[in-house]
Design a protein. Sequence first.
Length: 180
Amino acid sequence: MPSTSGFIDLLIQPLTAIQSVPQATYNVEGRSEVTPHAVVVGSGPVGALSALLLAARGVAVTLVEQGSGLTTRSHASTFHPSTLDLLTSVGIDLQNDPRAIRVTAVQWRDRSGQVLAEVDYRLIEPLTAHPFRIHLDQQFLLDRSAAVIAAEPLITVDSGTTVEDLDPQQPSVTVSTAGG
């Protein structure tokens, strides 16, 4: 998928790179009003959330997935406060799911059961809207992400596509796929 004229193609890895994408259009090489465009490779939890966060900032996104559709298999089960904050910002609320288990403290114990240490998440309440973690099969996040992505006009999903090469030459990134 070669770079399209008039777009800035970005490969987003890691997730924190999204913070550097301002909500705006750009003037690149004398061209005015260039709308940013990102290519996110992989539709697992990080790729799906990256696409949603970019779209929320007005960036058009092509979400490239090697499989036949969005990722539907995950073995993770814990969502930490900062992750819950990010998910809420894109319209995904896991805390009200009836299967979610809210954990407000974590304890480490020895073999006899004596508590050696405890972390109380309520201590970070001034810093987050989610002073707890949630235990919930990550598949529920993937299902919700797929629904939100399907409804987001700025995200295009390109399933069944294998990325073969990335050329990060400025001012854009060129993504080459098996199909061209």
